[in-house]
Design a protein around this ligand. Structure first.
Ligand code: SF4
Length: 327
């Protein structure tokens, strides 16, 4: 039996890793870090600090296809977005599934998920299976109807999705969707080994997980002291307005990094219409104006207030990977 503890460098996965070592023994635990090559140096240094202090076996998992976020954006000819989060799939989920399939023994995967992080996480359970959605659908027409019917306001895309689901269900079709990456190998692997997920801090508060680390003599990621509520990709494609303002104020090197990445990928980091037209300084071949990261910076500097540049939605401020690898 091996214990796998995905460690992002954040407070929750750090407490979970420390718990794993305490409960199961150092020799039985493997810490894994899914490296998007788009984390802040502070996070890389913090991961190194925790791993070395703990002395735990460690694997830095990377995509075999894409050399990190910038290469991903170059090859896909665009950056990911909240409705197209291929970053999570390609740079985190797939490397982790590949790693799990390489393990030829029973596994327990300890995830640092807390129910109060977001609405979607509150619907999870303390215990689960890693390959759950290979065996049961993650989406059906009934689920779509249940989720969207509860919302007060629907976008046009959501309205269309709801209408389609209602029509399909009326014909008796559930249109079940499952995960399929390396499906046959996953089924074969699951015949021989267990893939239990435990979330030991599921009901804990943010303060409790931080205290858990501090009480054991471990510092937490210094980014928390610089005003960030989450760590992980820096910046994340779904970063908040507040995070952008913090980056502008304290991390001019990150503004430069994103500007350079946009030039290499010939694509913008945020949606083209993120700022008013007068701030959009990039022009497509057919004359349409769109937004570079620098345009967002200029807009925020001018505005210097709490506008509504980014959607103020806590759900957007989390990675939606069901494998919960992003912090
Ligand atoms: S943290 Fe953000 S940018 Fe990074 S993989 Fe997750 S969603 Fe994508």
């Amino acid at each position: 039996m091996k214990i796998i503890a995905p460690f992002s460098g954040g407070k929750d996965s750090q407490a979970t890793l420390l718990y794993a070592v305490e409960k199961y023994g150092l020799e039985n635990v493997i810490a894994v870090f899914c490296d998007t090559k788009w984390e802040h140096d502070i996070t890389y240094a913090h991961v190194k600090y925790v791993i070395e202090k703990l002395g735990v076996t460690f694997f830095n998992l990377q995509s075999k296809v894409y050399n990190g976020m910038v290469d991903l954006a170059i090859k896909k000819k665009r950056f990911p977005a909240s409705k197209s989060k291929f970053c999570t799939t390609e740079l985190k989920v797939i490397p982790m599934i590949d790693f799990v399939l390489e393990q030829k023994e029973n596994l327990i995967i300890l995830q640092g998920i807390r129910s109060d992080e977001s609405e979607s996480r509150s619907k999870m359970n303390e215990e689960c299976r890693y390959f759950k959605y290979y065996f049961e659908p993650y989406q059906t027409n009934s689920m779509i109807i249940e989720n969207l019917s509860k919302k007060d306001k629907l976008s046009l895309a959501q309205k269309n999705k709801l209408e389609k689901a209602i029509k399909r269900l009326a014909k008796g079709k559930e249109d079940e969707k499952y995960h399929t990456y390396r499906k046959e190998e996953v089924f074969e692997w699951c015949k021989n080994y267990t893939d239990d997920i435990l979330r030991p801090f599921f009901n804990a508060s943010a303060n409790e997980v931080i205290t858990y680390s501090l009480n054991r003599g471990y510092k937490i990621n210094p980014l928390y002291f610089k005003g960030f509520s989450r760590v992980g990709c820096f910046p994340c494609i779904m970063c908040t307005q507040k995070e952008i303002d913090l980056i502008i104020k304290d991390f001019p090197d990150i503004v430069k990094k994103v500007n350079e990445a946009e030039n290499k990928a010939k694509s913008t980091f945020f949606k083209p219409d993120r700022v008013p037209k007068r701030y959009r300084n990039q022009i497509t071949d057919n004359g349409v104006k769109y937004t570079s990261f620098q345009d967002v910076v200029n807009y925020r500097k001018d505005k210097n207030a709490t506008g509504d540049l980014f959607e103020n939605d806590l759900e957007l401020n989390t990675c939606k990977s069901i494998y919960m690898i992003c912090e």
